[in-house]
Design a protein around this ligand. Structure first.
Ligand SMILES: Nc1ncnc2c1ncn2[C@@H]1O[C@H](COP(=O)(O)OP(=O)(O)OP(=O)(O)O)[C@@H](O)[C@H]1O
Ligand SMILES: [Mg+2]
Length: 232
């Protein structure tokens, strides 16, 4: 089944009077259960693409069909629901709430997702143990290592059982060893739980090692798409 269908997608930013075409007429599909990586030079449009799929931004032209619903035609409320329920996002800079503990950061996502109060803490604790962090529930972001902070962000992204994980350079701030552990974690979620993943990365080797397919962007266009493999 196709979970995401991108059709003739363009996003042009206006900087004063100057048009900046960040994405130009892009089309591709993602099948349920696939792990797709997006690579490309700085400024090629990777984050723009991920933000559009995550409902954080709206396109200038084209369609983003997520399970038969076009995000391009959605109102703010529809996009907010998409962000809360359908996708889980993970960023290079973790984006955790600084004065909250690991547990509270995940609880917060469950609150936004409408999980009843009494279920939130046990659920958050379960999610954190799934990412190997049961021993750091009471640590604030500043009291966590980069790898641990990213695990909290992944637990938070999983909180409302999303259908797709969107990761924008999730290992960009981590050393090689820690980066490998985070990639293993994401790969495990994809392989063992069938969670669809769309990941932006600078590391072509990692992309080729872990994903079904690698899409390379160049100046806002798809320059290359390789390695498609059937998903079981
Ligand atoms: N809000 C904005 N206003 C104007 N231009 C923008 C805006 N956001 C991005 N751009 C421009 O759009 C282009 C694509 O940016 P984008 O952030 O998608 O690149 P990227 O591939 O993620 O790069 P990096 O690898 O450095 O993260 C760049 O030329 C950038 O300067
Ligand atoms: Mg980027």
């Amino acid at each position: 089944m196709t979970i995401l269908k991108i059709v003739n997608l363009s996003r042009t930013y206006m900087k004063g009077q100057v048009e900046i075409p960040a994405l130009r007429d892009i089309s591709f599909d993602v099948e349920d259960g696939e792990f797709v990586s997006i690579v490309g030079r700085s400024g090629s449009g990777k984050s723009t693409l991920l933000n559009l799929v995550g409902g954080l931004d709206t396109p200038t032209a084209g369609q983003i069909v997520f399970k038969d619903r076009d995000l391009a035609g959605m109102k703010r409320s529809g996009l907010a629901l998409h962000r809360r329920k359908s996708v889980g996002m993970v960023f290079q800079s973790f984006n955790l709430v600084p004065h909250r503990t690991a547990l509270e950061n995940v609880v917060l996502a469950l609150t936004f997702g409408g999980v009843p109060r009494r279920e939130r803490k046990p659920m958050a604790s379960g999610l954190l143990s799934r990412v190997g962090l049961s021993h750091r529930l009471d640590h604030r972001p500043a009291e966590l290592s980069g790898g641990e902070a990213q695990r909290v962000a992944i637990a938070r992204a999983l909180a409302n059982s999303p259908e797709m994980l969107l990761l924008d350079e999730p290992t960009g701030n981590l050393d090689t060893l820690t980066a490998g552990e985070i990639i293993d974690l994401v790969q495990g979620l994809n392989r063992d739980r069938g969670l669809t993943a769309l990941m932006v990365t600078h590391e072509k080797d990692t992309a080729e090692a872990v994903s079904n397919r690698v899409i390379r962007l160049l100046d806002g266009r798809i320059a290359e798409s390789s390695g498609r493999r059937r998903v079981p």
